[in-house]
Ligand binder design. Structure first.
Ligand SMILES: O=C([S-])c1cc(C(=O)S)c[n+]([C@@H]2O[C@H](COP(=O)(O)O)[C@@H](O)[C@H]2O)c1
Ligand code: NI
Length: 410
């Protein structure tokens, strides 16, 4: 089963906030501690605390310990990571995170990555943040991580470099190099300080596959990772959602993208597969089972496939909540070994059934209205057939009578 994650960075992100979000979303603390112990044995301790940020329950991970070295070069950090007993994927992503930090710092200070002296971000606790987050994300085994546009903050912050404007230059460089969208995240135009730190930004851009709103997903876990500060008017926390990807859904809210909606419009999926090796006698049963499984419609289109093979495209129109049931029918009743799907907008006319009184019995009439006027009135063919059989009259005669009677409803 594939897994995806979404990071909601509406209050920014830092290394310890991301650690908190991972723990809150269900990553065992031991996973993070093992990675931290590998780079800083007996020096750094992770202590989770349940806190409330603006009314929301969140996890604050305290990164505690002492570290007298505050000026590590990128080479020093690399040596530390290389010497650590870390799983290879964790080491690789920690490397990549610091490499991005080194390149960002080099651009800020107009020097080379190798010449960079990390200050705060080179301290052991920051290195622990990085390996802890890399280990936590590796543990989740996500197929993709989507990151929201990042609130970076505004105003000024005091750091080893002195008073820095927010977003701090390293954060700007990190996000710019990854083409990641960001914004101040101010409330009512009031400067909010530093919401996204360089370590947070480096971790985001190293792990993000793409940036944007929450992708369609079935959420299995939600975790808020708290920052140390309490910020008025917002929960100072980064949020992680973990779940299963869901088919893309078109939102019927209208507005964005110039979409217009009509009465009764809904989003549906068209699920398709090209099939060239099913005995054609089986298809009617397949279509019937798809309708039984909740499909709104199911049909076949003859096609000529690669290598000149005659085949059919099976297409199924279905509500997103019946998608799984339809896939089950396709996979168990046909020889298809995969399906593709896309979202479509469905606009139905209002319709109702009326009854036609005909010689020997009744036939249902399906009446469709548009803008309050009847635009279509069609006798139900199954009823016509049944009445023809019941009365022993030709089907064409009953159909002609029903069609004539339907005219009065138009
Ligand atoms: O350590 C370094 S080199 C550093 C660079 C910058 C620049 O933007 S340049 C900013 N800071 C500030 O340090 C603290 C801690 O950052 P973490 O990423 O370790 O959380 C933070 O306020 C940064 O803005 C450090
Ligand atoms: Ni710096």
């Amino acid at each position: 089963m594939s897994r995806i994650g979404w990071l909601d960075c509406a209050s920014g992100a830092s290394g310890d906030m991301l650690l908190g979000a991972l723990v809150a979303a269900g990553v065992p603390l031991d996973v993070l501690t093992a990675a931290v112990d590998a780079v800083a044995p007996e020096t750094i301790r992770l202590r989770p605390e349940k806190v409330v940020r603006n009314g929301l329950a969140a996890t604050l991970v305290h990164v505690e310990g002492t570290d007298s070295t505050h000026h590590r070069t990128w080479a020093d950090v690399r040596t530390l990571l290389d010497a650590a007993d870390l799983p290879e994927p964790v080491r690789r992503s920690a490397h990549a995170t610091f490499e991005r930090l080194a390149h960002a710092e080099a651009r800020v200070h107009d020097t080379t990555p190798e010449a960079i002296h990390f200050h705060e971000v080179g301290a052991l606790d920051a290195i622990a943040d990085v390996v802890g987050v890399c280990a936590g994300l590796a543990h989740l085994g996500l197929d993709r991580l989507v990151v929201s546009p990042v609130a970076v903050g505004s105003g000024f912050v005091r750091a080893a470099h002195g008073r820095l404007p927010v977003p701090v230059p390293a954060v700007v460089e990190l996000l710019a190099a990854a083409d990641a969208p960001s914004y101040a995240g101010e409330i009512d135009g009031t400067p909010v300080g530093e919401l996204c730190t360089p370590t947070g930004a480096a971790l985001l851009v190293t792990h993000a596959e793409t940036y944007g709103p929450q992708p369609p997903m079935r959420v299995a876990a939600q975790g808020f990772g708290a920052g140390t500060r309490e910020t008025p008017g917002r929960a100072n926390a980064v949020r992680l959602l973990v779940g299963e990807p869901a088919p893309e859904v078109w939102t019927a809210a209208g507005g964005s993208g110039g979409s217009t909606t009509g009465p009764g419009e809904s989003t549906q999926l068209v699920v398709e597969s090209n099939v060239d090796d099913l005995d054609p006698r089986v298809w009617p049963a397949v279509l019937a089972r798809l309708l039984d499984a909740g499909a709104a419609d199911a049909w076949l289109t003859p096609i000529l496939m690669k290598k000149g093979r005659p085949a059919h495209t099976l297409a199924v129109l279905v509500d997103p909540d019946r998608y799984d049931a339809v896939c089950e029918v396709v996979f168990t009743q046909t020889s298809a070994i995969g399906v593709r799907s896309h979202t479509v907008r469905k606009r139905p006319l209002e319709r109702e059934f009326r009854t036609l009184e005909l010689p020997g019995g009744t036939v249902r009439l399906k009446v469709a209205t548009y803008a309050g006027k009847v635009v279509n009135a069609q006798p139900e063919y199954d009823d016509v057939l049944a009445l023809a059989e019941l009365t022993g009259r030709p089907v064409k005669t009953v159909l002609a009578q029903a069609t004539a009677a339907a005219q009065e409803h138009l």
